[in-house]
Ligand binder design. Structure first.
Ligand code: C2E
Ligand code: MG
Ligand code: MG
Length: 648
């Protein structure tokens, strides 16, 4: 049987209330015990000072208190001790008033009073209660003593007794009244607690998922076919995990609370496009996922307006407690199709649209459509396939030679990922890697690649007398993984491979200017001794002047340039030559990838490009084939265009 989420919340709550009331009982017991001991000591002191009447009274009170305490400990029922303590309170008030202030203020009666307060109220209420009790007694007494009686209090004992009695009755009356009310309040408060915790998120105070779904269901039933449109906006924070990773969960919570507040503010006063229906129109579904409902907008554009407003909250970063976090939001929007729409289904549509917005580059909004739904389904299928491939070891690596453009000697092998999972095999890494990146699976994939590629490098050296490097593609996302350098270091140690034998390829588009975290990871990789190659160079946005800040050794000119060297316009030819000169300027190695013809190879040699890679020279090769022959026999260069033959 599926348990309703609200039911489990109630269960948690029941536990919470039990813990709370156990805590309260403990405080009550401690305070009462202290008060009781004082009463007994005081009683004995009075008896030994020949004040037997007062002493006896104290002792009786102390004994009753002891009995009550024992009873409270045995039965966990508050009502009887409550009544008994109330009686003691009354009795002690009489003693206090009878003896008068002039004979010294005796505060012992405060203990049972406080106990009662603690029992029936929350702690802060109890303190207020006690303070009020003391203040009202004293002020009534002093005012009456000085202004009405016109003399020192001690001299008007008859009047004082009279006033004391009426004052005491008032206090007891008020105390009893408050006690009863407070007992009722206790239940109500817990009811409220139960309700709040069952239906509202304890961190942000916004409606939680079960509450929201229930409310949305009601709203959808109410929506008439002809009425205004109901829009659901699914909001998910981008890069929120980094806040937690970098600043800890407490700061992460602060960001969520602040965003929750601002989200509610930015939805509500909305120039008439929507209005606040109840506390449920803004909800926190889980983690960094929020939802906003606009129950009666006039047209879809109104929803986009609200979404933009939410996105604007992140302009220039999101600042909390003086720290600016580089987070943003991805928003999916969907609209109800009138009566009978299922709340869960609607929310799911908005979720799908949000997912799409995230894939499209984050900090974005996206409207739900059937096309989007199928794209998202496909992505889910890929994620599942990657998971299966990782679990069932369906990944392999093939190795593509990188060669010296003149001698055609193999100077590097680029490890390329393949999978025997039918879907992944069909798609190829170009398509499944980006999905693994956005789902977070890339961390496991890249760790697998690192381990296997480094192991292969060791084997190639030992078995095939290979002297070149192993080039490993790493996802740009991984530059935010602080453990990456350690993963690589461990692999090098495990397989006894020199760091200098490894080159890490990172796509140029990964490097966003000012991304200190990525830069730092690159620097740490360099410190390890591995070299770094900027892959697909020329397709990103690196300002050339920035190149000198990047700790890179190699530029790999993207294959799109090489492909188009001989296209009608001369631009790619010029660009390729320009990229080569740029590499020269910064004293970087340069590799041209995607060489598919001897003509392209000749051109690259002419412009002085040292290293080349492409289907014309060699196809990616399987590990077995490489291990079966010495490195010198891997490629039949006789069929290739060599400089010597060129000159002939
Ligand atoms: P990349 O790193 O730029 O790899 C080069 C891609 O171009 C490879 O495709 C390779 O087979 C292809 N290629 C090489 N020479 C030629 C050529 O002459 N003509 C044509 N048309 N293509 C050529 P592949 O293996 O499909 O990889 C595609 C991309 O997937 C890679 O681009 C890389 O970004 C990513 N990738 C591959 N393996 C891994 C991996 O192990 N980890 C990560 N994170 N990414 C990988
Ligand atoms: Mg590459
Ligand atoms: Mg490339």
């Amino acid at each position: 049987m599926v348990r309703h989420p609200a039911a489990s919340h109630l269960c948690e709550l029941g536990h919470l209330v039990r813990v709370e009331s156990a805590k309260r009982r403990l405080i009550l017991a401690s305070v009462s015990l202290f008060g009781t001991v004082l009463l007994l000591i005081h009683g004995l002191a009075h008896i030994s000072n020949d004040e037997s009447r007062l002493g006896t009274f104290y002792l009786i009170c102390g004994s009753v208190c002891t009995a009550v305490l024992i009873y409270t400990c045995k039965r966990k029922d508050h009502r009887i001790p409550l009544a008994a303590l109330n009686t003691i309170l009354g009795g002690l008030c009489i003693v206090l008033l009878y003896r008068g202030i002039s004979e010294g203020f005796e505060p012992y009666w405060l203990f049972p009073a406080l106990s009662i307060g603690l029992l029936i109220n929350r702690f802060s209420h109890a303190v207020t209660y006690a303070v009020l009790l003391v203040a009202s007694t004293l002020s009534a007494y002093i005012l009456a003593g000085e202004s009405i009686l016109g003399g020192p209090l001690a001299e008007n004992s008859a009047m004082r007794l009279l006033l004391s009695l009426s004052g005491m009755s008032c206090i007891v009356l008020v105390a009893t009244y408050r006690t009863e009310r407070a007992s009722k309040l206790l239940n109500t408060l817990h009811q409220e607690d139960l309700h709040r915790l069952a239906y509202f998120d304890s961190l942000t105070g916004l409606a939680n998922r079960p509450n929201y779904i229930r409310w949305l269901g009601k709203m959808l039933l109410r929506a008439e076919p002809s009425s205004a449109i109901l829009a659901v906006l699914y909001v998910d924070l981008d890069n929120f995990k980094q806040v937690n990773d970098r600043y800890g969960h407490r700061q992460g919570d602060r960001v969520l609370v602040e965003f929750g507040n601002q989200l509610a503010d930015c939805v509500r006063p909305l120039d008439g496009t929507t209005r606040l229906y109840s506390g449920e129109d803004v909800a926190r579904l889980a983690g960094d996922e929020f939802v906003v409902t606009l129950p009666d907008i006039r047209e879809p554009a109104d929803a986009a307006l609200v979404a933009r407003r939410i996105l604007d909250l992140f302009e220039g970063g999101f600042t909390v407690d003086g720290v600016t976090h580089p987070i943003s939001a991805s928003i999916g929007i969907t609209f109800s199709e009138g009566m009978g729409t299922d709340a869960e289904a609607l929310l799911n549509q908005a979720d799908v649209a949000m997912y799409h917005a995230k894939q499209a580059g984050k900090n974005n909004l996206c409207f739900y459509s059937a096309t989007i739904a199928s794209t998202v389904e496909e992505r889910h299928a890929i994620e599942e396939a990657v998971q299966v491939a990782l679990r069932d070891e369906l990944f392999t690596l093939v190795y593509m030679p990188i060669m010296d453009s003149r001698s055609l000697e193999v100077i590097g092998m680029e490890a390329l990922l393949r999978s025997s999972h039918p879907l992944l095999e069909e798609l190829g890494p170009e398509h499944f890697i980006p999905v693994a990146e956005s789902s977070g699976q890339i961390r496991l994939v890249d760790a697998w690649v690192i381990d296997h590629a480094v192991a292969m490098q060791a084997k190639l050296r030992a078995v095939s007398a290979y002297t070149g490097r192993m080039c490993i593609n790493l996802s740009a996302v991984e530059l935010h993984n602080q453990d990456l350098p350690d993963t690589l270091r461990n692999a090098l140690k495990t397989h006894a491979v020199e760091a200098a034998d490894i080159e890490v390829e990172i796509t140029e588009t990964a490097l966003v200017s000012g991304d200190e975290v990525s830069l730092n990871t690159l620097r740490r990789l360099r410190e390890l001794g591995v070299s770094i190659c900027l892959d697909d160079f020329g397709t990103g946005y690196t300002a050339f002047s920035q190149l000198m800040n990047y700790p890179v050794n190699t530029l790999k000119i993207d294959k799109s340039f090489v492909h188009n060297i001989f296209s009608a316009e001369n631009t790619h030819k010029k660009m390729t030559a320009m990229l080569k000169r740029l590499a020269e300027l910064y004293e970087l190695r340069v590799v041209a990838e995607g060489v598919e013809s001897p003509k392209q190879l000749r051109f690259l040699r002419r412009i002085g490009c040292d290293y080349v890679q492409g289907f014309y020279l060699a196809q990616p090769m399987a590990a077995d084939a490489l291990l079966a022959a010495p490195a010198s026999a891997w490629i039949d260069t006789s069929a290739l265009d060599t400089p010597r033959r060129l000159q002939e």
